[in-house]
Design a protein around this ligand. Sequence first.
Ligand code: B12
Length: 209
Amino acid sequence: MAKVDLVKAMAELEEEAVLEAVKSQLAEGVAAIDVLAQLQKGMEQVGKLYEEGEYYLSELIMSAEVFSNAARDLNQALDAGENFSTVGTMVLGTVKNDIHDIGKNIVSTILTCNGFKVVDLGVDTPVNLFVKAVKEHNPQVVGLCCLLTTAFDAMKETVAAVRAVAPSATILVGGGPVDDNVAKYCGADGYCKNAYDAVEFSKKAAGIH
Ligand code: B12
């Protein structure tokens, strides 16, 4: 049987081919994190096609679905086959007023693959839920995801509230329109361009080099 190009299949939203390729790569022993990297590359192409006007909102919704289904298989494989010791904890969520979660879910999966316990609060997360989770889990890292410029103020509010109850936690921000200036505006400790940055920053925060 011909080998499926997972990046291309993801970019072209061929769900069956994507799920099959994920399964067969895992069966062949490809590391889950490498399978994930291919899916992510495909998603980047989806975003690009959307910005170029080649894809519409319906394709975006579809891409989220395909990605989530593929990630579910990956997570199952991780839970079943690989054991990770916890090197640190991150409380993670998409900020109030924002429902984007694809990037956040990638961050969660990649951090989990790198030994972090991730407490995922979901999307449209009220400030008080972040505060409650931070008090309960005492994380080294708090991650805020934000894809909408109109939610920057909610992110700023969340940073201030988290800082007040956990002054020593490292607060990281990320998501499409976020950059260093936005991180500064919100009072965060760092901006992460992608999930791999998030791992580097989080390891530093947890005292691992
Ligand atoms: C897919 C998508 C959707 C999907 C979301 C599905 C889902 N389950 O998430 C749907 C269709 C639902 C959607 C809805 C809307 N969307 Co939308 N969406 C997108 C799109 C095309 C891709 C986002 C994405 O998933 N990218 C892929 C992931 C992998 O990338 P990422 O999120 O950037 O994540 C990576 C890094 O940023 C980083 N990262 C991300 N989060 C975090 C967090 C931490 C802590 C760290 C450390 C790192 C990190 O790591 C990730 C992996 O490497 C973007 C366009 C774009 N270029 O971003 C628009 C975009 C974000 N959407 C936009 C808009 C306007 C909307 C809507 C308001 C549309 C509408 N009129 O209803 C609604 C929002 C509703 C709401 N209240 O939230 C605008 C925002 C414009 C702006 N300036 O604010 C964008 C930029 C599109 C555009 N060019 O106009 N959207």
